[in-house]
Design a protein around this ligand. Structure first.
Ligand SMILES: [Fe+2]
Length: 485
């Protein structure tokens, strides 16, 4: 029977009254402990799990109202029923205001007490269910927000903030496991933001234990014994949760949450909620890390391709990197999204990849190219497009690479398309590529001064280049003065 698990503490300085109440409630199936003073009651509350306190108001020493105040401060989850032989409306109201669940007057009607005790427990159950429901709703929203966060630092901060709020902790810390198996501090939030506090052996020892055992740990002030190697928590903390951050394949770190003295200790529900949140967050963190890994490898591969082209031609050394930089400046100025900027950035690096298939003799020729040689050179956009179209993660760059030599007026190559038919990214590349080429040395000519290059771009508006893009380029290059690349 559920009642048997409920533990009631009866507090009354009149032993006979405490005894009558105890006998009656024991018969109803409750577990009963008695105390003859407020101080004795507090000692029992600190040492035992109590669900309900029935306390007399008028007692020598600590009064029932004072006891109620301490209970609501330290253990607000405990229900308190007040009893008194001197009923006044004021004391009743004061007790209820302070959080008592109900009020009984002496002499008792035992059946009335039975009813009120039952009601106190059913109220508590409803409160817990409501609390659980609202926490589950928040949990659902929070995990959704975490799964949509793409910046790692932002994700760590949101995760720790949510944990602190959801279990009303006073502070928290995140540690991550490094490649050599050590724990590295990543973030501290709340009242303890000093690194030294969390790296203090009293706290850090629990993180180490959790990282090694991959099991959660909840420690109370004064708790004994503690798992091997774990130090007691320092006096400025009353309760500590240390939880492993686990993905399906490994443990990536440890989450710590702590409460100040005087606060309710962490409950099993708190631990459960943090457990769910941590599992979701760990997966989100691992996903973002994987994304950045792939992203880094992607960029390294593209750079290697670009360098392979430049290795064939000393004059174009650094050309692709510079085109990329101009392209990013231009794309940002034109208000492209982060994803679009990323896209044109890589195309900037790779636009001339097709030159890998063109003879070095032609690429490095100082004299004027023959028509035949120029026809050869003109093959590089198609060649480049063909090379990258076979690489799944580069496929999306094909239209930009293929059309970066098209003219706005349709007189370019390879397809002679014009205006808006030319992919937007290719029109951007065309301007940054031309500017970079004009302002650097070539086998057949010296670099042009930037002002001359600006003038040529301006004159070619609507001919070689998209007028809007030239305007934007001139604007950003001149407005911000000398953007060194
Ligand atoms: Fe090109």
């Amino acid at each position: 029977m559920e009642l048997e698990s409920k533990h009631i503490l009866v507090v009354d300085d009149e032993i006979s009254i405490a005894e009558i109440l105890s006998q009656f409630l024991r018969k109803k199936g409750y577990k009963i402990t008695t105390a003859s003073s407020g101080d004795a009651a507090l000692g029992i509350i600190h040492a035992t799990d109590i669900d309900l306190v029935i306390s007399d108001i008028k007692m020598p020493g600590m009064s029932g109202v004072d006891l109620l105040k301490v209970i609501k401060l330290e253990r607000p989850e405990i229900q308190v029923l007040m009893t008194t032989g001197f009923p006044t409306l004021d004391t009743a109201i004061e007790a209820l205001k302070l959080g008592a669940v109900d009020y009984l007057t002496k002499p008792f009607h035992l059946e009335e007490i039975g009813e009120k005790v039952k009601r106190a427990f059913s109220n508590r159950k409803m409160e817990e269910e409501n609390l659980l429901f609202s926490r589950l709703v928040s949990l659902h929203e929070v995990t959704k927000i975490l799964s949509l966060t793409r910046e790692l630092d932002d994700l760590h901060k949101k995760f720790l903030d949510f944990c602190i709020k959801m279990v009303k902790a006073d502070g928290g810390a995140l540690f991550f496991t490094t490649a050599d198996g050590k724990l590295s501090p990543a973030l501290f939030q709340g009242v303890w933001t000093q690194r030294t506090f969390w790296l203090n052996r009293h706290i850090y020892s629990s993180s180490l234990w959790v990282a090694n055992s991959e099991e959660p740990l909840v420690i109370e002030q004064g708790q004994s014994p503690l798992p091997g190697g774990v130090h007691p928590i320092p006096p400025e903390v009353s309760s500590l949760i240390a939880l492993p951050l686990k993905t399906p394949s490994r443990t990536i770190g440890v989450l710590n949450l702590a409460r100040l003295p005087g606060k309710e200790r962490f409950s099993s529900l708190d631990l459960e909620i943090i457990n769910v949140l941590s599992s979701q967050a760990s997966i989100s963190i691992e996903n973002v890390r994987l994304y950045y890994n792939i992203h880094d490898n992607y960029l390294k591969t593209i750079r290697a391709f670009a360098l392979a082209v430049e290795a064939k031609d000393e004059y174009t050394h650094g050309h692709s990197e510079n085109v990329m930089k101009y392209t990013v400046i231009l794309a940002k100025h034109m208000g492209l999204s982060d994803a679009e900027i990323e896209h044109v950035k890589y195309a900037g690096l790779l636009h001339d990849i097709g030159k890998i298939g063109i003879s070095e003799a032609i690429l490095n020729k100082a004299a004027k190219l023959t028509d035949g040689e120029f026809s050869e050179i003109k093959k590089h956009p198609e060649l480049g497009a063909r090379i990258i179209s076979d690489v799944p993660f580069l496929k999306s760059l094909v239209p930009m690479v293929l059309h970066h030599h098209e003219f706005y007026n349709g007189l370019g190559y390879p397809n002679g398309i014009s205006g808006e038919v030319i992919p937007f990214g290719a029109r951007i590349l065309s301007v940054s590529d031309a500017f970079e080429a004009m302002t650097s040395n070539r086998p057949y000519r010296k670099s042009l001064p930037r002002e001359v290059a600006f003038k040529i771009l301006f004159d070619e508006k609507g001919k070689q280049f998209d007028p809007q893009i030239v305007d934007a380029f001139l604007d950003v290059m001149q407005k911000e003065g000398n953007i060194g690349v």
